[in-house]
Design a protein around this ligand. Structure first.
Ligand code: GSH
Length: 287
């Protein structure tokens, strides 16, 4: 569990906040996951939107709350929690109805969520090429310098290596773009995971069996994003698609994954250009 120490948090006012507060961005997959869990449990929470495309997450105030500069961050009665899978697990314990971690299967859940988190940079790789077009260097050198310099740089009192991994990601794509090879590698990792989920969902209605759990919510978000990017889920993984379709209609899910019309238009235009050039996700990854 990643609950920050008071020394990790430089934006001190949040330490005095009461109630449940979520720092998030509408289109962020990890934020969508947290919001769906809050919705399913009917938690009364206060939203603090963070403008990721505008770089708000790399500025002083937010880095003082989350030293990794990532969304979401949850503040509950002055405790600051980062990492979406830890956040949703914490919400499940604090608000146990409906229960989303099946009793006695905590270790199995942790493993499913860890695997999902391991694919996060793969999700970003595919997203940045196959949703709306972005600048070649989505974070300027100045923004990255601020990112490096600001915030405590510590998580639970120790120097945090994650920020360097993030900076290396942004520097690499500024230098090389999102290459075909990177797309192929990331798509192959998703394909293997989706094949495994497809097998599970051929045998049971939900990923961990008979009941909806955090694993469904976490993987739902990834399937949704990959479909937005043009991954042929229905053709390659029919049981995964049959599980996804009714979840997508549920109001607790639907509102959180909505795509604003301007972004939808930009994604559609990008896909049309990629189709004309033979460079869709299906073409490049050989799906
Ligand atoms: N492992 C982290 C990943 C969080 C993450 O990478 N969030 C993305 C949005 S989904 C973000 O904040 N990106 C920063 C950016 O795009 O500048 C978690 O699960 O919370």
């Amino acid at each position: 569990m990643v609950r920050l120490l008071e020394t990790d948090v430089r934006t001190r006012d949040v330490l005095g906040w009461k109630g449940v507060h979520l720092f998030h961005f509408h289109g962020s997959s990890c934020s969508q996951k947290a919001r769906i869990v809050l919705n399913l449990k009917g938690v009364d929470w206060q939203a603090h939107p963070i403008d990721l495309p505008g770089g708000e997450n790399l500025r002083e105030r937010y880095l003082g709350i989350n030293p990794r500069g990532l969304v979401p961050t949850l503040v509950v009665d002055g405790e600051v929690h980062i990492e979406s899978n830890d956040i949703v697990s914490l919400i499940d314990r604090r608000f146990p109805v409906p229960r989303l971690i099946p009793e006695g299967r905590e270790a199995e859940m942790a493993e499913l969520l860890r695997h999902e988190d391991d694919l996060h940079l793969d999700l970003r790789t595919i997203t940045f090429r196959y949703t709306q077009p972005r600048p070649r260097a989505p974070k300027s050198a100045d923004a990255l310098a601020d990112y490096r310099a600001r915030g405590s740089g510590t998580v639970q009192g120790s120097r945090d290596p994650n920020k360097a991994v993030e900076i290396a990601f942004w520097e690499r794509i500024a230098r090389d773009g999102i290459t075909d090879e990177a797309v192929r590698d990331s798509a192959a990792r998703f394909r293997r995971s989706f094949e495994d989920l497809d097998r599970r969902l051929g045998a049971a209605p939900y990923i961990m069996g008979g009941q909806l759990s955090l694993a469904d919510i976490a993987w739902f978000i990834y399937v949704n994003r990959l479909m937005l990017c043009g991954y042929p889920v229905e053709r390659l993984h029919p049981d995964l698609f049959a599980w996804f379709r009714p979840l997508r209609e549920r109001p607790e899910f639907a509102g959180e994954i909505s795509v604003p019309p301007g972004i939808r238009k930009a994604i559609d235009e990008n896909h049309r250009r990629q189709q004309a050039a033979g460079e869709t996700l299906i073409d490049v990854a050989g799906l």
